[in-house]
Design a protein around this ligand. Structure first.
Ligand code: ZN
Length: 134
């Protein structure tokens, strides 16, 4: 793992959360993007070498909608940047981790991503991500 690329935070409503986080972090939201395949709308903030990703559900079947029902808004996942996501998926699988995505898929912010199942990672939802065009 190269670094913490971003922390994902589930929110009920981006239009309320974005101005809150802009004041909290003292930096403007630099990108908003919908990932239709995941049922999420995202908003990004740069914080030093890492980012904050806000996630709003775009439909009631979205994993974020289910998370909010269960836990309410707040911390959702940590994303680690990796140099080679395919080999990292293989390494973690061989080490006994359960992956939600066995092959990388397109995520927000020009990334290839894969999530680990929190059951196999001590309850922590972990995202692997690799820049698409380095
Ligand atoms: Zn993420």
């Amino acid at each position: 793992m190269k670094r913490i690329e971003h922390l994902g935070i589930a929110v009920a409503d981006l239009t309320e959360a974005i101005p809150l986080y802009e004041v909290l972090l003292n930096t403007p939201c630099y990108k908003q993007e919908e990932v239709a395949s995941e049922g999420v709308k995202t908003a990004f903030f740069q914080v030093g070498e890492s980012k904050i990703e806000l996630l709003e559900a775009s439909n009631s079947e979205s994993p974020i909608a289910k998370f909010l029902q269960k836990n309410g808004p707040g911390f959702h996942h940590v994303a680690f940047e990796v140099a080679d996501i395919e080999s990292e998926i293989q390494r973690l699988q061989s080490a006994g981790f359960q992956l939600i995505h066995l092959s990388p898929k397109a995520g927000a912010d020009n990334k290839l991503i894969a999530f680990l199942h929190p059951k196999s990672s001590g309850g922590l939802l972990v995202e692997l991500c690799q820049e698409k065009n380095p």
